[in-house]
Write a protein that binds this ligand. Structure first.
Ligand code: 5GP
Ligand code: SF4
Ligand code: MG
Length: 447
């Protein structure tokens, strides 16, 4: 998962991209980069870390030019090499190009082998670089024709912003796995992963980029092209459950409102009696609030999260029990002591965080702990750009709900049903990727 942003024709293009990336920081903290164009050539700054660590005031001044794209990268195992940071900038047979990609191609290795046999030399280990090689190899003259030939060769998830010295492209794969929205600020067009990045620069939301669509923004004009007809849509349902910011609008509704509904449905599916409802902050706040409204059980804050952890990580020499959870969360003792608690979380992946948090609830004196999860059990890994662990590490792929309940040490454990989860979105299941819940991968893994 990553965040992408692009802006066309604004005198403060790099500054606005910086702000956009700032608001997309939740989508990736491993690296950040901005490429700006002055109409002829690119200037760029790409570095490891969070947005505010990577760019100085001076950097932004140097990144002059009226066009810019930016990227924040999510950490994935084994590939945190700075060479893999984006946007990727190249000079190729089509001139200067800069690309920022959110998603993961499932046939990247196949395409890469094919290109290497034809003599291509890769600079990075990312799947995204393959796209630039295919563009460079294309014989088409017109750039939109190039894209129409190249994009159908890609399989998997890709929302892209692509910059030439004077044109900005926004592209979304035919399934629409990852979001991409279009906005306008005065005469400038903006592309972004989420609407919260439009809000921060006071841009107006226009619409989502459609699955299988290319938008070309050039000379203050926007043109739209279809490069594929989507057989079905497959928006990652985890955008609603966890990834997107609650204030972002997706498919016409705030993420917050859908999460509230997830919480309401969680209660309806298994009504439970308790004294208080608490979230694991921040990702489960909205769902816990929905649960509270539906059940009429008081909402409270049992955990407080420290937001200032950053990248520094001290391991104390003395072993502190549940240290990695304690550095991020602490309990509010009088809220929890002697209470029957419903605790809502958005997902259980490995189960390790949950186990530590439950232990903290117990030592704060909770009498009963009813854990409620606003997504169905994760039984299969993601291949479309989310860093879920292998099947072996996914607790729900290996244990029953009752076994997980015992492992976590809670009074009761309930996951929302897949149907309940989908119904909270107000769309039907043909709109979504649900592969990590039902093992049904919309785009198959083979080349
Ligand atoms: P675990 O069960 O692996 O110990 O932790 C699950 C928690 O990690 C959830 O509360 C969720 O909010 C958080 N989390 C962090 N990154 C991710 C992610 O990429 N996917 C999901 N589903 N949850 C994540
Ligand atoms: Fe999203 Fe899961 Fe599909 Fe990955 S497998 S795209 S996390 S729904
Ligand atoms: Mg969480």
């Amino acid at each position: 998962m990553c965040g992408i942003f692009g802006i066309y024709n604004h005198q403060d293009a790099a500054e606005l991209t910086y702000l956009g990336l700032y608001s997309l920081q939740h989508r990736g903290q491993e690296s950040a980069g901005i490429v700006s164009s002055n109409g002829e050539r690119f200037l760029y700054k790409i570095g490891a870390g969070e947005v505010q660590e990577v760019f100085s005031k001076e950097d932004l001044v140097k990144l002059n030019g009226r066009f810019a794209i930016g990227h924040v990268r999510y950490s994935t195992y084994g590939s945190s090499d700075i060479k893999n940071a984006q946007p990727i900038v190249v000079k190729c047979s089509k001139g200067f190009l800069a690309l920022a990609h959110n998603g993961n191609l499932v046939n990247a290795r196949y395409l890469r082998n094919k290109l290497e046999q034809q003599g291509a030399i890769f600079q990075t280990t990312t799947d995204s670089e393959v796209i630039l090689h295919l563009i460079s190899h294309s014989k088409e003259k017109n750039f939109v024709d190039v894209l129409k030939k190249v994009l159908p060769q890609l399989k998997g998830a890709y929302s892209l912003v692509l910059l030439t010295p004077n044109t900005l492209y926004g592209i979304r794969d035919p399934y629409g796995f990852r979001p991409l929205v279009l906005g306008k600020l005065g005469k400038s067009f903006i592309l972004a992963s989420e609407t919260c990045a439009l809000d921060i620069v006071s841009a107006e939301f226009i619409r989502e980029i459609e699955p299988g669509e290319i938008v070309e923004i050039k000379d203050t004009q926007l043109k739209s092209y279809k490069f594929a007809n989507s057989v079905r849509k497959a928006l990652c349902i985890f955008e609603y459950i966890y990834f997107s910011r609650p204030d972002s609008i997706l498919q016409g509704q705030t993420i917050h409102s859908v999460r509230m509904k997830l919480g309401k449905i969680l209660y309806r599916e298994l009504p439970t009696q308790a004294d208080i409802v608490i979230p694991i902050p921040d990702s489960a706040n909205s769902a816990a609030l929905g649960y509270s409204q539906e059940s009429k059980i008081y909402f409270n804050l049992g955990f407080i999260r420290n937001h200032y952890i950053g990248r520094t990580f001290i391991q104390p020499r003395q072993k502190i029990r549940d240290f990695s959870a304690k550095i991020k969360y602490n309990t509010v003792k009088d809220v929890l002591n002697n209470k029957r608690v419903v605790v809502v979380d958005d997902s259980i992946v490995r189960g390790t965080t949950s186990k530590k948090l439950i232990a903290m609830l117990k030592s704060a004196g909770s009498k009963e702990i009813h854990l409620r999860i606003s997504s169905a059990p994760i039984i299969a890994p993601c291949v479309y750009g989310i860093d879920t662990p292998t099947k072996k590490e996914l607790i729900a792929a290996n244990y029953s709900v009752e076994e997980i309940r015992k492992f976590l040490g809670v009074t009761s454990l309930y996951y929302i049903s897949i149907n309940g989860m989908v119904s909270a979105t107000n769309y039907d299941e043909t709109n979504f990727c649900l592969a990590c819940f039902n093992n049904n991968y919309p785009v198959k893994l083979k080349s």
